[in-house]
Design a binder for this molecule. Sequence first.
Ligand SMILES: Nc1ncnc2c1ncn2[C@@H]1O[C@H](COP(=O)(O)OP(=O)(O)OP(=O)(O)O)[C@@H](O)[C@H]1O
Ligand SMILES: [Mg+2]
Length: 184
Amino acid sequence: MEDTFDKMQSQIDRLTETISSIMKFSQSSTVSRERINLNQIAQDVLLWMRPLSKYIPVDLIIDSNEIILSVDRIQISQVLVNLLKNAIEATELLPSDQQKNVELKIFINGNEAVCEVTNYHSYISPNDISELFHPFVSSKKGNTGIGLSIVKQIVEMHQGSIDVKSDQEKTVFTVKLPLYSQSN
Ligand SMILES: Nc1ncnc2c1ncn2[C@@H]1O[C@H](COP(=O)(O)OP(=O)(O)OP(=O)(O)O)[C@@H](O)[C@H]1O
Ligand SMILES: [Mg+2]
């Protein structure tokens, strides 16, 4: 019995090591920038996610026609996918009498593009918030807990920032990215 447990433990250690090295690799991976409209990325992401968001509608709120960034399109799509997936997964757990929708709001503030992903009634305590962006932190059965650590890495590689606010009413993840300028 102990033998089996030891074997499992060493397998877990090996797996953790492998995943850590993959993450180190991804950290050093390059950002392949192109000039692109963030609204376009958001619309594409919502299209891909349609099967997942079938029962939880995602409302896209855009207040400007063009939000031009110089970013890696795949990586920024990944950021939105991971955040929306979390918001949908949290919403799925709500009792049926609760508001069951998710919002993606995109706008310009000063020289930054802002993306806000909101879900309702899924309070995260300050204690949990401080751990959230670490890899392998998950409250879900069968999930790896890697989504937000990847989000953070990508956002930082793009000189952006990520912030989360949560109360009894709603949880909002806010990503800010520098707008396109001649220098990025
Ligand atoms: N929008 C949200 N509302 C409520 N809790 C959230 C939200 N986003 C993240 N969390 C909490 O943060 C934890 C970590 O999120 P993260 O995306 O890193 O991992 P995961 O979703 O559990 O697994 P994975 O992303 O690898 O499938 C989640 O397990 C959940 O407890
Ligand atoms: Mg996740």
